[in-house]
Design a binder for this molecule. Structure first.
Ligand code: UT7
Length: 322
């Protein structure tokens, strides 16, 4: 698919840095265990901003970075599993915060957990024939749904948002997508949120927290990332050697290392920042993309792959010529 281009990026993480050592005070763990089993050193928790506010801050930076007037935006898609409300959506709240209520805009949220941003990017890129300028955000305030007594999950997650501006443009640069989902793994990774129907017979589900079977998610993730990368390369008619950077979902360095080994991917081609931010769910990939571009590591003219997996299970990859 041609004629669409990412022209701006921005990100915002939570305000409070939480080091591994701090978990030693609340659960049975050690800094050494967390670092060696996940690669994470710190994560940022948002104690003063809700999901739409973090998304808004990332969006403002992306608009500035794209050097466009915010009035050009006619499509807002937010990927999140931790929205401020069931309705209005985060995308409508961000439209309001941007002062774009008088603009004709289509705004909606997507729930595909950690794959959310790649799904949203794909949807936006398909829509960029009717629409001209998309603001696509991945954001999660995971601390709202993390059980800080569960050592299997709480050490992994942070809060953050990443945003891109993608515009219809006359360009020969390719954007090729692959996406998949498998709906029968609820038992391995879930967060029930606030959706409880008291009239249902089985209404006794616990509310809210993320629950997971870590090793099952790990196993699934390795296969899913491998499949998504090889399928998107096939669709794009490219080899891994032709790719400058792979930006994977930042969940666990051991998952990424496993995939790199399986597909023979040079680790220098991976952009990793999970040591600093942990797993920010839908924020993870756009934060990494934004940071890599901001640091001038990933640049115009490069060929990159964004690849993610998450609850659902969902997984997806996008091949992008920047
Ligand atoms: O975006 C998707 C979100 N989820 C993920 O990405 C999760 C993917 N999975 C993982 O990252 C890893 O499976 C974990 C980090 C969650 C766990 O690492 P693991 O190497 O797979 O450990 P394990 O689940 O096989 O557990 C090994 C041991 C267990 O103890 P026992 O039963 O052998 O006595 C766990 O209870 O490690 C224990 N354990 C911990 N020990 C110290 C689990 N969490 C901790 C902890 N500190 N925080």
């Amino acid at each position: 698919m041609k004629n669409r281009k990412i022209i701006g990026v921005g990100y915002q993480v939570g305000n409070k840095c939480v080091k591994n050592k701090e978990f030693e005070k609340i659960i049975d763990t050690t800094d050494e265990w967390i670092l060696s089993r996940t690669g994470i050193k710190t994560r940022y928790v948002s104690t003063n901003k809700n999901t739409s506010e973090l998304g808004f801050l990332a969006a403002k930076k992306a608009i500035l970075n794209a050097n466009i007037s915010k009035e050009e935006i006619d499509l807002i898609i937010v990927a999140t599993i931790t929205p401020d409300n069931t309705t209005p959506s985060c995308s409508c709240l961000i439209q309001d915060k941007l002062g774009l209520n008088k603009k004709k805009i289509m705004a909606f949220d997507i729930n595909a957990a950690c794959t959310g941003f790649v799904y949203a990017l794909q949807v936006a890129s398909y829509m960029l024939s009717d629409y001209k300028c998309a603001l696509v955000i991945g954001v999660d305030v995971n601390s709202k749904i993390v059980d800080y007594t569960d050592r299997n999950t709480c050490i992994l997650f942070g809060d953050g948002a990443g945003a891109i501006i993608m515009k219809q443009e006359d360009t020969n640069n390719e954007m090729i997508h692959y996406a998949n989902s498998i709906g029968d793994h609820e038992g391995f990774l879930s967060a029930s949120g606030l959706v409880i129907h008291e009239k249902l017979e089985n209404a006794s589900r616990e509310i809210g927290f993320i629950k997971q079977n870590g090793s099952e998610v790990f196993r699934f993730a390795v296969g899913a990332l491998e499949e998504a990368i090889s399928e998107v390369l096939k669709k794009a008619n490219k080899t891994l050697d032709e790719i400058d950077y792979v930006i994977p979902h930042q969940a666990n360095i051991r998952i990424i290392d496993n995939v790199a080994k399986k597909i023979n991917l040079n680790k220098n081609k991976l952009y990793i920042n999970l040591d600093k931010y942990g797993n920010t769910t839908a924020g993870s990939i756009p934060i990494a993309l934004s940071e890599a571009i901001t640091k001038d590591i990933v640049k115009e003219g490069m060929k990159i792959i964004l690849v993610g997996f998450g609850g659902g299970f969902t997984y997806a990859a996008s091949y992008i010529e920047l």
